[in-house]
Design a protein around this ligand. Structure first.
Ligand SMILES: [Zn+2]
Length: 941
């Protein structure tokens, strides 16, 4: 139901949410709601009465009726649901029930402080009997911008999930255990009559049609609405917004947006044109748009939200539409598509949400592909290279999912597990891909007939995946059983590859035969296309090849020799590894950095600058080769094959140096170990490393998931030549060989307002014939962060380290980072995290075998979304490097304090500037209070 899109580069994260309260949209209204609502702007609440006429449409007698009181999910700031969407509400919400009456008598009810209230019926309600339930309630609208709760900000109120709503009655009865979730996913077609009383200056739009307006005394107005066959309703109320209308065929579109006087009219015209264009496109491509009424509102909730006949778009997205922005139009076209897929044809949200989200994404992508360039042109926004690049990046971000997550089956009948384990990626993007691949098999027009037939037949019905495939097979006469197994039920992703290329020459002059052996594993059940380009540049194409169970041989006859071959050149098949689709393998050279390509080796070249005391600067050139596997370029840890080679020159020492590295993930092995090799030589000192990392247990990437946490266990071994301690400002050189196995355990959790990280590290230096150091080294790093209120956080860190034996200088514990101002490539800045953070002692390389440091911070969140923050920091550090841990005296303790600024994004990138103004033990001749600064950063990709 939610759809997370992240712009790494614009900090702002954009979240599209769709909540489909879904349904049996049968020919009759199953429930009749009559709501009388009064909005109170002083206390931000809705006081209301509700009359529900409920008819027992089941075959079972009913003694209890359950109501969903959604705001109560956010009643308690300690609740997981409240904390899970930590930035979305500033205060709790509630829906209080004052009385429940049936036939004029007070009825028993309980659970009214929870999300699901049970109303006990005075007498059994038999099939096809009706009952009328009268409820008095107050809904507190909290300050915030939530997509699962009514909320307000900047004078705009979003009324969603705000009234007592009858829970879904299943064939087998009520399911109270299912009702505990937020935003009741089930709805049945219902008739609504709503009267809404507002202060005069407020305007309202929503899912319903406005029938009449009555002026009341004391500057109040009563708006009377009604609507039929709706699964859910929502309203937006605001005082400083402006309403405009647009009539399109049989649909009235109502827009509600902030009135920024200057070019309101012109900009609103653009929105109208885009909305019309989308609806016309869908009406033409699918069926004519069915609703007589649709409201689109510029609001404050992140991303986009849709319910029946009502769409809320974040004001940034709304503005984006005015400027014909790709991303914004994607969100809008996705949400409009839900009026077909979700509110006209309804898939069972619990099991088959991919039919809603996959179709909405499919429709939006279809629209953008066909109309976006024209739209830009028409509105005089040329499709520049920049636009193309950002669109590319945007699409790439969409596709950059974890293989494990997208590898889920989109639908498994009789699944025993909770549907919520289905990742958003699976629902949205695998769903979209499955549909696009079906379109590729059948061709555009036949697949269009399939969709049209699907909408026609399933309109107002609960739809299943089986229904959809049955209709697809009937309409197309294509057997989808193999396809269904691979793409719907299975979790593995096929890999299509060129196994061998045989060129046969000298058959006859000007006669070349090229045999290409290709295979797919597991079977993709899709027709394959293959291109061959000959010496003179002619392209030969074979398409519609259905592969057998064994490797297949495709032959090309050409007059000149074949130079290039590419399998699935139009990228129609979604597969695991696209690099092996090319002959010869593609290599791209790029300066600095470029968007990842999934079908080629990318080699980047860029200058390097390393700073250290010995050399001042080393300048060099680096080549970095990268291969992104399986459309998940932003998560290299498990699948990236990477190497780099660099040479550099030290300005002061006049020495040449080099640095080589190669790392790869052995994907076919258990636990997919990552193996890295590194060799470098700076200042005439050689250093080499071999290490291997294995990830065990749950790894959840905070970028994509709503940050629940992960555990990692990394272990391996390193072998290196210890570098000289001259870099650490000492006169003696230290040389030697070092071998140490290591263990590293990391546990990170984010509970919203409370976060913790625990990291335990152990190194064991082994002395043998070839190595010189025998030692043990352990460290425990605990970090805790919790929110005091909206902006301020308290951060506490405790770092403890202990080592014994013959510890080489660079394996010591440092008061600030590791060699922070020494030996500094940009890379080694990353090492700052993980050792003592005594910011005031940065330049001094204070080190020892034991260390205890604590950092206490108050962090004031200056700006930020859920994923990126910019903090002002007040810090106090204290620490000690004792020779004996049991005999620490007060005098040994060192302190510093100061202020800082820090930017954090996605728990993956940190850039900080800290000013330790006060230092308890300054360098000789220096004042304890002075201007000092420390720069730090780390990357956690
Ligand atoms: Zn959606």
């Amino acid at each position: 139901m939610r759809n997370f899109k992240i712009y790494l580069f614009s900090i702002l994260s954009l979240i599209t949410i769709l909540v489909i309260p879904f349904t049996i949209h049968a020919a009759e209204n199953k429930i009749i709601y009559n709501l009388d609502l009064t909005f109170n702007k002083e206390v931000h609440s809705i006081k209301g009465t509700e009359i529900v006429k409920y008819t027992n449409h089941s075959l079972l007698p009913i003694d209890t009726i359950y109501f969903h009181l959604n705001p109560n999910a956010f009643r308690n700031t300690k609740s997981k649901l409240y904390q899970r969407y930590e930035n979305l509400l500033d205060e709790p919400a509630y829906l209080n029930i004052h009385s429940v009456k049936i036939n004029g008598e007070n009825a028993d009810f309980h659970g009214d402080k929870t999300v699901s209230m049970a109303v006990i019926l005075p007498k059994t309600l038999y099939p096809s009997d009706s009952i009328t339930i009268y409820t008095e309630f107050t809904t507190k609208i909290p300050r915030g911008k939530h997509f699962f709760c009514p909320s307000y900000s900047k004078g705009a109120y979003q009324l969603i999930f705000f009234y007592p709503k009858v829970e879904h009655f299943y064939n087998c009865g009520w399911k109270p255990e299912l009702y505990k979730t937020v935003a009741d996913p089930f709805g049945v077609p219902s008739s609504y009559k709503v009267s809404l009383t507002l202060p005069n200056e407020f305007k309202a739009v929503g899912s319903l049609i406005l029938n009449s307006t009555t002026q009341l005394p004391n500057n109040f107005v009563q708006l009377n609405y009604s609507g039929q066959y709706l699964q859910e309703i929502g309203f937006s109320i605001s005082s400083n917004y402006k309403i405009s209308h647009l009539k399109l065929n049989n649909t009235t579109i109502t827009l509600l947006t902030k009135d920024n006087k200057h070019n309101y009219k012109i900009q609103e015209q653009n929105v109208k044109e885009v909305v019309s264009d989308i609806i016309n496109y869908y009406s033409d491509y699918f069926l004519p748009f069915q609703s007589s009424h649709l409201s689109i509102v510029s609001g404050n909730i992140p991303g986009g939200f849709a319910t029946a006949n009502f769409i809320i778009l974040n004001s940034k997205i709304y503005r984006g539409i005015k400027n014909i922005d790709y991303q914004s139009i994607q969100v809008l076209s996705h949400e409009i598509a839900h009026q077909y897929f979700g509110f006209l044809v309804n898939a069972n949200e619990s099991y088959e949400t991919w039919l809603n989200e996959g179709f909405a994404n499919y429709a939006a992508s279809k629209y953008l592909t066909n109309r976006y360039p024209l739209l830009r042109e028409k509105h005089n926004y040329p499709v520049t290279n920049f636009t193309k690049q950002t669109n590319k990046l945007f699409n790439l971000l969409f596709l950059s999912m974890e293989q494990e997550q997208i590898g889920q089956p989109v639908y498994t009948p009789n699944r025993t597990t909770d549907f919520s384990i289905l990742s958003d990626q699976t629902k949205y993007f695998k769903g979209q891909k499955v549909l696009e691949m079906m379109e590729y098999i059948l061709g555009d027009s036949l697949f269009k007939s399939v969709i049209n037939e699907y909408i026609k037949r399933q309109k107002f019905h609960i739809t299943t995946t089986e229904d959809f495939f049955r209709i697809a097979e009937e309409v197309s006469s294509h057997d989808f059983s193999g396809f269904y197994k691979t793409w719907v039920e299975s979790s593995s992703i096929p890999d299509l590859k060129i196994l061998k290329v045989k060129k046969m020459k000298d058959i006859a002059p000007d006669q070349h035969i090229t045999e290409i052996v290709i295979t797919d594993e597991p079977k993709c059940h899709l027709p394959v296309e293959i291109n061959a380009i000959d010496e003179i540049g002619d392209t030969l194409t074979k398409s519609g090849i259905w592969l057998s169970d064994k490797p297949d041989t495709i032959s090309f006859h050409s007059s000149t020799s074949i130079k290039k071959i590419s399998l699935d050149p139009r990228k129609k098949i979604w597969e695991f590894n696209r690099r092996n689709n090319h002959y010869p393998q593609k290599i791209l050279f790029k300066f600095l950095i470029d968007a990842p390509r999934i079908d080629a080796y990318q080699i980047f070249y860029y200058p390097t600058f390393d700073f250290n005391r010995t050399d001042i600067t080393r300048i060099g050139l680096k080549l970095r080769g990268r291969y992104w596997i399986n459309m998940r370029p932003f998560f290299p840890a498990q699948s990236l094959d990477e190497w780099y080679a660099s040479i550099n020159y030290g300005i002061k020492t006049k020495t040449l140096g080099y640095d080589f590295s190669y790392s790869t993930s052995l994907l076919s092995m258990l636990f997919k170990p990552r193996v890295s090799l590194r060799a470098r030589n700076y200042f005439g000192l050689f250093e080499s490393k071999i290490s291997s990392e294995i990830y065990i247990g749950e790894i959840k990437y905070p970028i994509i998931h709503q940050m629940q946490g992960y555990k990692k266990l990394i272990f391996g071994a390193q072998y290196e030549n210890v570098r000289t301690s001259k870099f650490l400002n000492e006169s003696n050189w230290q040389k030697g060989k070092l071998f140490y196995p290591f263990l590293d355990f990391i546990n990170f959790h984010n509970w919203g307002s409370y976060r913790h990280t625990l990291r335990i590290k152990a190194n064991f230096g082994i002395k043998s014939l070839y190595t010189d150091y025998a030692y043990q080294k352990y460290s425990i790093d605990g970090q805790l962060k919790f929110r005091i209120s909206k902006r301020p956080w308290i951060y506490q860190r405790l770092f403890f380290g202990k080592s014994s034996g013959n510890v080489p200088a660079q394996q010591n514990f440092y008061f600030f980072g590791k060699n922070i101002f020494e030996n500094l490539t940009f890379e080694s800045y990353r090492l700052v995290k993980g050792a003592g953070d005594m910011r005031g002692y940065g330049g001094r390389s204070l080190k020892g075998k034991n260390i205890i440091t604590t950092n206490t911070e108050i962090r004031w969140n200056l700006a930020g979304t859920g994923e990126a923050t910019f903090d002002f920091i007040l810090f106090y550090d204290t620490g000690v490097i004792p020779s004996n841990l049991t005999k620490i005296t007060w005098n040994q303790l060192k302190h510093d304090a100061g202020i800082g600024l820090e930017f954090n994004a996605f728990e993956a990138i940190m850039i900080g500037m800290h000013f330790p103004i006060w230092v308890s033990h300054p360098e000789e001749g220096k004042n304890p209070i002075a201007f000092r600064w420390v720069f730090s950063s780390w990357l956690n990709l």
